[in-house]
Write a protein that binds this ligand. Structure first.
Ligand code: AQP
Length: 329
């Protein structure tokens, strides 16, 4: 039986954080043996918000090294940088020409990000979902493992694939999102009503970066916003405690019942310390491997070149088919 193909991406827009890790990357790593995997650092997505070119370049390589440190194995997964395969932006243009403006206007990420940067709203941000559809459809991907915030974009990619196949002839696979039950939406520690996000990283206590040292992680958790009820339970209505318990569960892999029993009668101070300890322990091997990889620049370049060559060989075939079906020479 043919293996299902997985595609997913991550933007080099800042420091990779616990939300990116628990919502997406950890899932990619743990399921590598099940699928044919293609993972991409989506730097062309990053420029939909203004970036400093020098920093963007640095962050792109840092993120590639970090994905390897998290456990992406180049023998099992293709890893590459999006802008190295030009078919992503080429196919995005074809898809842009068949996507209704109304569908793009409904995207909540566009609304959120344009509210955060009202003076810097560019057409690229509006068109971001078409580039994401191109990323996924180019590889005829069956599954797209993402956090909950990307679900709406995948629904659009599905609609686009269906529309293209209907109007121009069968070509694309209609992809399915793969969203896990725990950790699909990790919230900011400072404000558990808002998703943990790289672009809010300037708020000192918002996110846990995967490279934060143990003291910083402990300090940030100790300051995490909770409530005054004093009961430790998986209650979605109490977002701060729920978020801490979810993070704890993702690292310890214990059941909700066991966690609630273990914390019964304990205070928030103890909860925060235990969550911080679990996170410190879980991130330690990642940080250590990352530091080793920063001295192996040639190895990283080699992996990324091989990854881009492989990705391009698939992408070129799909793009040529799409172009011909639309009547382009
Ligand atoms: N808070 C989160 N909880 C769970 N999953 C999350 N993801 C992002 N934030 C959370 C998932 O991480 C993957 C990579 O995301 P991305 O870098 O492509 O873009 P994003 O979703 O916009 O993530 P950020 O951190 O909020 O970045 P900025 O601030 O640059 O927009 C995706 O699978 C995403 O679902």
């Amino acid at each position: 039986m043919e293996q299902l193909r997985v595609f997913s991406g991550i933007q080099p827009t800042g420091n990779i954080h616990l939300g990116n890790y628990l919502g997406a990357v950890k899932n990619w790593v743990e399921r590598q043996d099940l699928y044919e995997n293609i993972f991409c650092v989506v730097n062309s997505h990053a420029i939909t918000i203004p970036q400093d070119p020098k920093i963007l370049k640095e962050k792109t390589y840092e993120l590639c090294a970090m994905l390897l440190a998290c456990g992406i194995d180049p023998k099992k997964s293709t890893l590459f940088i999006q802008s190295e395969v030009q078919e992503h932006t080429s196919l995005a243009w074809l898809l842009t020409c068949i996507t209704p403006m109304g569908d793009l206007s409904r995207m909540t990420q566009f609304k959120d990000k344009s509210q955060k940067n009202p003076k810097n709203i560019f057409a690229g941000l509006f068109n971001y979902p078409n580039l994401m559809s191109a990323d996924i459809l180019l590889y005829k991907s069956n599954l797209v493992p993402v956090g909950e915030d990307q679900k709406q974009h995948i629904e659009l990619a599905r609609d686009t694939a269906i529309k293209f196949n209907r109007d121009y002839g069968e070509l694309f696979i209609v992809p399915e999102p793969l969203i896990q039950s725990e950790g699909a939406r990790i919230m900011g520690l400072d404000d558990p009503t808002k998703k943990m996000s790289k672009s809010s990283g300037d708020k000192p206590n918002h996110l846990i970066a995967l490279l934060d040292d143990s003291d910083t992680i402990m300090k940030k958790f100790k300051k995490a916003t909770t409530d005054s009820e004093g009961i430790i339970a998986f209650d979605k209505e109490r977002a701060g405690v729920y978020n801490l318990l979810t993070i704890y569960q993702c690292f310890t892999k214990e059941s909700k019942e066991k966690i609630e029993n273990d914390f019964a009668g304990k205070g928030y101070g103890e909860l925060k310390a235990k969550v911080a300890e679990a996170v410190i322990e879980g991130l330690k091997p990642i940080r250590e491997t990352y530091l080793k990889l920063t001295n192996e620049k040639d190895y990283l370049q080699k992996i990324l070149k091989e990854g881009a060559d492989h990705a391009r060989s698939i992408a070129q075939v799909t793009y040529k088919e799409a172009k011909e079906k639309m009547g382009l020479i």
